[in-house]
Design a binder for this molecule. Sequence first.
Ligand SMILES: C[S@@+](CC[C@H](N)C(=O)[O-])C[C@H]1O[C@@H](n2cnc3c(N)ncnc32)[C@H](O)[C@@H]1O
Length: 252
Amino acid sequence: MSSKRDVSEKTGKSGERQEVVRTRFAPAARHFAERAREQAPWIRERATRLLAPLRGDERALDAGTGAGALALGLAPLVGEVVGCDIVPELLAEARKLAVDLPNVSFVEGDIFALPFETGSFDIAGTIRTLHHLEHPEKAIPELMRVLRPNGRLLVIDQLAPLDPPRAMEIDRFERARDPSHARTLSDQDMRGLFDMNGLTLLRQEVVSELRDVERFLDGAGCEGEERERVKCLAPGETFTVEVGWYVLERPV
Ligand SMILES: C[S@@+](CC[C@H](N)C(=O)[O-])C[C@H]1O[C@@H](n2cnc3c(N)ncnc32)[C@H](O)[C@@H]1O
């Protein structure tokens, strides 16, 4: 008898979705590389505080790594980091950035079916990726599968406003600028996902980030008439978003 997962794989839906993601991110690989290089130091600073205490010999995963922002941030803090993504062009940029970091590697792989052994990581992280997934609720158990018992899950993503009309407005703008955007989760949604999977919340921080629409649209490769249309949906020329950082412990 087929499992639920077999059935959804046979529909080809996940393949179509991956194609949408590849079409959006492959041409933007250089942009993501610049951003990863720029952001790795402050990601490291916050991760050091949130993941403390670290022994320094941990094996860490960055799922949906893109050009490796989180992987590069974690590299000096742990024994080994593996970044995984479904877009080869992003992984190629990530490898260039990590050329002098012998403890970092990148492999192609889907967050819903990670190409790793059960229980093989001490830390599993994902940054700015859940909002690209149509079913983030299926990614959490898969990240937990590759974590050892009591391993730590680090989830970082933009949070939806609690006010539903405002959350819809943000999602409409995000989808217009980026067709691979699925849905921004609220803090409540995140906590619901964590509770449902028996994860214990160890630490949480919410950080305000200022977004500049022009730079944001550059990153999405949004040009010409489309750019003008998307700009009309933006909350302003600059706007602030809340980003949630969650550290959770996987049960035994
Ligand atoms: C906004 S980017 C964030 C990249 C990187 N984490 C960062 O913060 O710079 C979203 C990433 O999710 C990846 N992604 C989307 N769906 C995925 C999937 N099913 N499995 C693995 N990665 C996926 C995309 O390829 C892309 O690299």
